[in-house]
Design a protein around this ligand. Structure first.
Ligand SMILES: Nc1nc2c(ncn2[C@@H]2O[C@H](COP(=O)(O)OP(=O)(O)OP(=O)(O)O)[C@@H](O)[C@H]2O)c(=O)[nH]1
Ligand SMILES: [Mg+2]
Ligand SMILES: [Zn+2]
Length: 350
């Protein structure tokens, strides 16, 4: 008591408490963890403490391993969902099968990841369940989108060494993706001592069962922290078209090489569009854009993106889909409809 506040990092949130790993050696050894309350002064600043935040801790009771967060350092960046501050890398994990890979859903995860401004890596999991040629085709496809991609399997061990060397770089890496793709299994394979809970997928769509419930940071190497996170199905979209376009590296590359005639070009067959339609995610981009625009129209009418207006609601500066089990389409004849097939995985638990 009365001593200098101790620096540390929030590694998990638990109800109204946060778990803080202290930086230096302390009475608890190196990296000792304290369960901390948050003082009202902090809360009044309007800032919520978040996993990944750098904080200072005072009023430490070493025996009870308790303390209070009394200071919060400014954040370098924030991943919106799962909420993690000060990330150095975002690793989007999707399964090749079980559950099947949905390019639109993957894109939505990538859009959230891009908003951090940090490097984004794709991990394609369960490579043991697909022939090598098909796995390689997916890797090439994702690299064409602009993402370094590694196919992994906890069953055969393929890709794990590459993933480990990526995750063991200094800083915070976040594993995010749908439920059941094997995020916790991957961390168990890399660090068996973690003993994270995993559970088999279920149902016709072989979906996950939301086994991981909280974001938590673990140390994989002295300076390398990795966050496991609860899977979810439909990440939010940004609210404006510029931010959306900026989240498609292959679109940005084309725009840099050859700008469109109009600054507000939608890149959907507009006059003078330099981007064209011969790129893989053209339809996916258009679909995301339509969602943004539907919400903007609903807002202009004075609504707040009620269900039925756009199928979206606004949360902060993001768009989130409303639950809509009617998103299914039956016909498979066109490219667009094929995409909507990909889409036909309505969220039940988001
Ligand atoms: N065939 C195969 N199955 C895997 C692989 N990795 C994980 N699984 C299985 O996939 C299921 C889901 O794994 P989890 O690690 O719980 O998935 P998760 O992404 O952490 O899921 P949430 O915590 O719900 O977000 C488990 O039955 C795992 O055994 C793999 O490489 N190949
Ligand atoms: Mg998990
Ligand atoms: Zn254009």
């Amino acid at each position: 008591m009365g001593a200098e506040p101790l620096p540390g990092r929030v590694v998990a949130l638990q109800a109204n408490y946060c778990l803080v790993a202290l930086d230096g050696p302390s009475e608890l050894g190196i990296g000792g963890r304290l369960l901390c309350t948050r003082r009202t002064r902090l809360d009044k600043s309007g800032l919520q403490v978040c996993v990944g935040d750098r904080v200072s801790v005072a009023s430490v009771d070493w025996r009870a391993r308790r303390g209070a967060v009394v200071g919060l350092e400014p954040r370098h960046n924030l991943l919106q969902r799962p909420a993690v501050a000060n990330v150095s890398r975002v690793v989007v994990v999707v399964a090749l099968v079980e559950p099947g890979l949905d390019p639109l859903q993957l894109t939505r995860f990538l859009i959230t990841a891009e908003a951090t401004g940090q490097p984004v890596q794709v991990v394609l999991s369960k490579a043991d369940l697909l022939p090598t040629a098909a796995v390689e085709a997916w890797c090439r496809r994702l690299e064409d989108w602009g993402y370094p991609t590694v196919a992994v399997s906890t069953r055969t061990g393929v890709g794990l060494a590459a993933l480990r060397s990526h995750l063991e770089q200094p800083g915070i890496a976040v594993l995010c993706g749908p439920s059941g793709v094997g995020k916790s299994s991957l961390l168990n394979a890399l660090a068996p001592a973690l003993e994270l809970r995993v559970a088999a997928v279920s149902g016709r769509l072989r979906r996950g069962r939301h086994t991981t419930r909280h974001v938590e940071l673990f140390a994989l190497a002295p300076e390398a922290l990795v966050a496991d996170s609860p899977g979810f199905n439909t990440p939010a979209l940004p609210c404006d078209p510029q931010t959306l376009a900026a989240a498609f590296p292959e679109l940005l590359a084309r725009l840099r090489a050859d700008p469109c005639r109009f600054a507000n070009c939608r890149h959907q067959g507009d006059p003078g569009c330099a981007v064209g339609d011969n790129w893989d995610r053209y339809v996916i981009y258009g679909r995301c854009l339509e969602e943004l625009e539907a919400l903007a129209r609903a807002r202009a009418r004075g609504g707040h993106g009620r269900q039925g207006d756009s199928g979206m609601r606004q949360r902060g500066d993001r768009l989130e889909p409303l639950l809509d089990p009617q998103l299914r389409r039956s016909s498979r004849s066109t490219r667009r409809q094929a995409l909507e097939e990909d889409l036909s995985s309505p969220d039940r638990e988001d």
